[in-house]
Each structure stands twice: as structure tokens, then as C-alpha cells.
Write a protein that binds this ligand. Structure first.
Ligand code: AMP
Length: 190
């Protein structure tokens, strides 16, 4: 299996590039943000719990997101591989993911960081907020908090995989095609 973590701050282009990668490589995309928004739309108990935290740009508990990922990774035996988008966001989540994958004799093949500067991230998210309907994309102070949370709580995940020689970064600024080509070059070597 090819198990990829598409890593980067909010607005780095993880979701967009994940879509292209799943088409080309036949992987299954697992976006914890999308899963949480679907729980909110269905007004489930989990969704109600997550909603307030997400609106502030803070992180939902590790237990909640790990539980969501676990049910999919264990439930799908025919997958060619997974592309994790927006997960793991803490070292605890990364450790839980490593354990989940080892239970099915798998491991993370590669983490790829999409590098984008803060000004570009803020501009992209505000622009996306015009039609995404996401409240967390429409307020600069919330966007800034999400970037801060990424730097403080999520960047250690990169160190976790660097220590295993599994982390690389690519330039996340340029045309969508240029960025995809950089990602494909990494994936084709795996
Ligand atoms: P995203 O769509 O990945 O930008 O996620 C939107 C929001 O969902 C984040 O700001 C968090 O509040 C929450 N969220 C998504 N994924 C995770 C995760 N792996 N751990 C904790 N919170 C998450």
C-alpha cells in the first residue's frame, strides 16, 4: 500500500492536490475536516461537540479524530492505500496512526509538506471563504489562530516522521499543475 500524509497549514492546498493524487494513484482520501463537517451537517452528537471548537479554529480532541480514522482504516481491506489530509495534527495522533497501520501490517510511506507562506495562506482562505460557506475561512483572526495552532501543535508531526526518514517538503506556491508535478515526482519514487 502507498500511505501518504499530505501535510501543511490550512490553505496549503492539501484537499485540492489530494483530489488529483487519488485520481492518478487510486488512493482513498481521508480528510478528518470533511468527516467532521459531515457530522455537523447530520447534527450528530459528535458533530455538535466538534462544531464550537472548529468555529474557533482550535483542534478537536485526539480521541474523536483517531476514532473516525480507525473505523475506516480497519473497515476497508481492499484499499490500494490512503492519503491522509488534515490528519495527523498532533504527535499523539501520529502515534495512534502508526499503531493503527501496524495492526494491518502497514506503515506511512511518506509525509509531504506543502510549503506556503502565511500571507498567501490568509489570502487563499479568505478567497475560499467567499464560496465555501465555512465560517472558519471568513474571519482573519480565526484564520490566524488556525495557522498558529498549526505551527504550535502540528509541526512536531513533521519531526516525528523526519526521525523515521519519511518527511519531505515541496513548494506549494505556483500553478496547480506545477505543484501536482512536484508531488507526482515524489510519489513515483516510492
Ligand atoms: P480542515 O478542513 O482540515 O481545515 O479542518 C477544519 C477544522 O476541523 C480544524 O480547524 C479543526 O478544528 C478540525 N480538525 C480537522 N482535522 C482535525 C484533526 N486531525 N485533529 C483535530 N482537529 C481537526
Amino acid at each position: 500500500m502507498l500511505n501518504l500524509i499530505l501535510f501543511g497549514p490550512p490553505g496549503a492546498g492539501k484537499g485540492t492536490q489530494a483530489q488529483r493524487i487519488i485520481e492518478k494513484y487510486g488512493l482513498i482520501q481521508l480528510s478528518t475536516g470533511d468527516m467532521l463537517r459531515s457530522q455537523i451537517a447530520q447534527k450528530t452528537e459528535l458533530g455538535l461537540k466538534a462544531q464550537e471548537i472548529m468555529a474557533k479554529g482550535e483542534l478537536v480532541s485526539d480521541e474523536i479524530v483517531v476514532g473516525m480514522i480507525k473505523s475506516i482504516v480497519h473497515g476497508d481491506k481492499s484499499a490500494k492505500g490512503y492519503i491522509f489530509d488534515g490528519f495527523p495534527r498532533t504527535v499523539k495522533q501520529a502515534e495512534a496512526l502508526d499503531n493503527l497501520l501496524s495492526e494491518i501490517n502497514e506503515e506511512i510511506s511518506q509525509l509531504i509538506l506543502l510549503e506556503v507562506n502565511d500571507q498567501e495562506l490568509i489570502a487563499r482562505l479568505l478567497n475560499r471563504g467567499k464560496d465555501s460557506g465555512r465560517a472558519d475561512d471568513q474571519d482573519v483572526s480565526i484564520i490566524e489562530n488556525r495557522i498558529k495552532v498549526f505551527k504550535e501543535q502540528t509541526t512536531p508531526v513533521m519531526e516525528h516522521y523526519k526521525a523515521k526518514n519519511k518527511a519531505v517538503s515541496v513548494k506549494g506556491v505556483g500553478s496547480l499543475d506545477e505543484i501536482s508535478e512536484l508531488l507526482y515526482a515524489v510519489l513515483d519514487k516510492l
